[in-house]
Design a protein around this ligand. Structure first.
Ligand code: NAD
Length: 485
């Protein structure tokens, strides 16, 4: 499973995708909705959530009856089809959600195909002693109810399917309403892969029109033994209140610290590469920067060489009013700001156009020097916008970065060669992912070591989820026997 992609390989993938875009294998090839794609009926999609759960339960029974080798065969087929249709799902995702970039979404699907662990992740433990042998095995839960986001829709469906099936579970999805067609395409892909190697026709299931009500049916169904939720704070709270075992992968607001020992030119490139990946949709992507004052000008100059447009503070305030809606109380007071969905995941060029600034396709990120309190620092925008705050020293950097992370304990980044500074920030911020001297996506195995996931479970502690996260431990004790020494 250890695949170390070089920059050349990543460029090769992106190049291949760009070649593909524009031909008939994109979403533009015909009509699509939550039940069909270009005239082909999607498999495993039901009008009623109860029917979807029943179908997933049949899928679970089929998986339970399989050997591990047979399960692995299914997973290999899912990987192969995901690679083949990565650009289709990427184009469909952008067409449906209007968010993100086709080339980057394609790379994300290939990452899922290559680096999501399969059955090898499931390991038994044995303890032997004077009293015999005790075996602990990772058993499936049963049918998993998976709630998926709009930001990485098909990536999450496929990544979760691989992990959950590898663990021996069945899966039913309640996808994000704004990404139903893309998510259901991925459900259908998993089912086509299954059928192609003699597995069940319906291995995983979803619904035609997912809503809060269909999610409630999922929460209450006695057939659902585990809920896995990938999304913002609202849905994580909802599943954790369901009374069922739940895995919650929630919101982040990843800060980046750059100190004066860092390779500043590399830091500038890495930060912009990570921040602009899929237009900042990944929850791990760089959202705000805290840079030592004595290297701040150099960092900003470096960023300007990588496709940035720098706003004045006044312009940053104006853009904040466009990209964040105001929620008011009865008396008209602004009580909170929420992201304008028409701006999430949009190209920098599109966001700048909303304030009357015209730029070329070479501009991929909007940067602005702002005070710590600024909305560009405090809010999780999920747009290629980066607020930059100058700090005097490491104490101020760590204090402000931890506050901007808002205790999500999700992801943080740092560019430095000072081991003490790196260690201090890593300890203080307590995030699930901490990336040193690389773009954020290194944290999910893209140019960094380790497996990938699109469900990073900070609140409930599973971390970088994989097949083993979706299992329950079971113990079998053989007293006084089976020890061979
Ligand atoms: P979202 O929170 O709008 O939606 C996520 C899912 O939850 C959707 O399927 C939605 O329909 C559903 N949902 C929302 N509120 C619900 C409720 N009260 N009851 C039942 N279902 C509900 O998320 P989004 O905009 O698609 O994704 C962006 C958010 O998700 C960001 O905050 C991002 O950080 C987070 N995210 C986290 C991870 C992770 O691995 N930790 C991965 C992707 C996205």
């Amino acid at each position: 499973m250890a695949i170390n992609w070089t920059e050349a390989q990543i460029n090769e993938i992106v190049g291949a995708v760009l070649k593909e875009i524009g031909n008939e294998k994109t979403a533009a090839c015909g009509t699509w909705n939550s039940t069909s794609y270009c005239g082909r009926k999607l498999i495993g999609i039901y009008a009623d959530m109860n029917d979807a759960i029943a179908a997933a339960n049949e899928g679970y029974k089929a998986v339970r009856a399989m050997s591990v080798a047979e399960r692995e065969k299914l997973i290999t087929a899912i990987r192969t089809l995901t690679r083949e249709e990565a650009s289709v799902m990427a184009a469909l995702g952008v067409a449906e959600t209007k968010m993100g970039r086709v080339d980057h979404k394609t790379a994300k699907h290939i990452l899922v195909a290559d680096k999501t662990p399969g059955t090898e992740d499931i390991k038994a433990e044995a303890i032997t002693g004077d009293n015999g042998l005790t075996l602990t095995e990772m058993a499936p839960f049963g049918v998993v109810g998976s709630i998926t986001p709009s930001t990485n829709p098909s990536e999450t469906v496929i990544c979760n399917s691989i992990g959950m099936i590898a663990a021996g579970n069945g899966v039913v999805f309640n996808p994000h309403p704004n990404a139903i067609s893309t998510s259901n395409y991925a459900v259908d892909l998993v089912n086509r892969a299954s059928a192609s190697v003699g597995g069940p026709e319906v291995l995983v299931a979803s619904v035609v029109k997912p809503t809060m009500e269909t999610a409630q049916v999922m929460y209450k169904s006695p057939l659902i033994r585990l809920l896995v939720c990938t999304g913002g704070p609202g849905v994580v709270k909802a599943v954790l209140s369901s009374g069922k075992k739940a895995i919650g992968a929630g919101a982040g607001n990843p800060p980046v610290i750059v100190d004066d020992t860092a390779d500043i030119a590399k830091a500038a490139k890495d930060i912009i590469d990570g921040c602009t990946f899929d237009n900042n949709l990944p929850c791990i992507a760089e959202k705000e920067v805290f840079v030592f004052n004595n290297v701040a000008d150099q960092l900003i100059d470096g960023m300007m060489h990588h496709g940035c447009y720098k706003l004045t503070l006044q312009q940053a305030d104006a853009l904040a009013d466009i990209v964040l809606d105001k929620v008011k109380d009865d008396k008209g007071n602004v009580i909170k700001r929420v992201v304008n969905r028409d701006c999430v995941g949009r190209d920098a060029k599109v966001l700048l156009a909303k304030m009357g600034i015209t730029v070329g396709d070479d501009i991929r990120c909007i940067i602005a020097e702002v005070p710590f309190e600024h909305l560009f620092v405090q809010e999780e925008l999920m747009m290629p916008i980066l607020g930059i705050v100058r700090v005097a020293n490491i104490d101020e950097a760590i204090d402000k970065a931890c506050k901007a992370e808002h205790g999500n304990r999700h992801t943080a980044h740092m560019h430095s060669k000072n081991i003490d500074n790196l260690s201090r920030f890593a300890k203080a911020v307590e995030t699930t992912i901490f990336v040193k001297n690389a773009p954020s996506y290194a944290g999910i195995g893209f140019g960094g070591e380790g497996h990938t996931t699109f469900t990073i479970a900070g609140p409930t502690g599973e971390g970088i989820t994989s097949a083993r996260s979706f299992t329950r431990r079971r113990r079998c004790v053989m007293a006084d026997s089976f020890r061979i020494i």
